[in-house]
Design a protein around this ligand. Structure first.
Ligand SMILES: Nc1ncnc2c1ncn2[C@@H]1O[C@H](COP(=O)(O)OP(=O)(O)OP(=O)(O)O)[C@@H](O)[C@H]1O
Ligand SMILES: [Mg+2]
Length: 285
């Protein structure tokens, strides 16, 4: 990917997308070096203490604790006398540095599953372990702290704060950590997604695809261990979508960020190490 491949809506100050973004990445504490062919991990980042199976090159999972473990999740909504089960007995685990795609028809429960995994919503039954925390035992504030420390989330409908500019939106997760002085980094992050000349624009002044890229920059800013993205390319043209996907996988490779992506794009799903298929709220094999 070269900068010229990337859309720059304002047409000026063409950012060195990709390269700039990569240059801006700091290693996460404890994160690993980019994988090499010799790692035999299929291009994924080898984890501290992780062994590679000599015979098939498969990862030797029992030695590493899952970053995200969802067990027997069920989510039911009640409306008057009737009950709607939107997720039924869904389990999955995501290892540090792993990539996972969630696919399935509209209404099959993908967004619901993502929200439960990130502790944005609570299951009717089942357990969620995120970065070593049992989310069911935490109150909302504690869940928000675990999320802020470990997770980036790109919502299907972006959920930018309408009264804040693009730059201020990207800085929200930083401020939630009580940190300051990262405006330059946030500026570079926005330049990296092709919005270097739209820093001070409000969401209403941005197109859907531009808002989506602000949401991606906001999700990246704290170098999360785990990034959830709900149809991250859903509103983008083919070229910008490819660029954003490359950025996601760069983040995975260089910073060891695990990715959980909801997508209808089978090519994108095919790049992930694990594909979870949902149908009518259940895992379909
Ligand atoms: N708060 C709610 N109350 C009642 N039903 C809900 C609620 N939230 C979601 N649902 C229902 O749960 C089901 C799964 O919704 P979800 O948003 O998870 O689907 P999805 O797979 O993400 O679909 P899409 O691909 O269209 O985004 C849908 O039938 C939806 O109407
Ligand atoms: Mg959805």
């Amino acid at each position: 990917m070269t900068p010229s491949n990337c859309r720059n809506p304002g047409g000026t100050g063409s950012p060195q997308i990709g390269t700039r973004f990569r240059c801006g990445i700091r290693r996460l504490p404890g994160s690993t070096s980019p994988a090499t062919a010799a790692d035999n991990t299929g291009g994924r980042t080898r984890l501290p203490g992780e062994r590679v199976d000599g015979a098939g090159g498969a990862w030797n999972r029992p030695h590493v604790q899952a970053l995200l473990a969802l067990e027997n999740l069920t989510k039911t909504y009640r409306s008057g006398a009737s009950e709607l089960t939107v997720l039924a007995d869904v389990s999955l685990s995501v290892m540090p540095g792993e990539t996972c795609a969630i696919v399935g028809p509209s209404g099959s429960g993908k967004t619901t599953l993502l929200g439960l995994g990130a502790g944005l919503d609570i299951p009717t039954s089942g357990t969620v372990r995120l970065a070593g925390h049992d989310l069911g035992s935490l109150d909302e504030d504690a869940r928000a702290r675990v999320r802020n420390q470990n997770v980036g989330f790109v919502f299907q409908n972006f959920q930018l704060l309408p009264t804040l500019t693009a730059l201020e939106n990207v800085l929200v997760p930083v401020e939630l950590r009580g940190e300051t002085g990262r405006r330059r980094e946030a500026t570079e992050m926005l330049a990296g997604v092709g919005l270097g000349d739209r820093l001070h624009h409000y969401p209403v002044q941005l197109s859907g695809g531009e808002q989506q890229r602000v949401a991606l920059a906001r999700a990246f800013i704290n170098r999360p261990q785990l990034l959830f993205a709900d149809e991250p390319t859903g509103n983008l043209d083919g070229e910008t979508a490819r660029h954003i996907v490359d950025m996601l996988f760069d983040l995975n490779r260089t910073a060891g960020t695990a990715l959980v992506l909801v997508t209808h794009d089978l090519e994108l799903a095919g790049r992930c190490g694990q594909i979870v298929r949902l149908r009518n709220g259940r895992r379909a094999e």
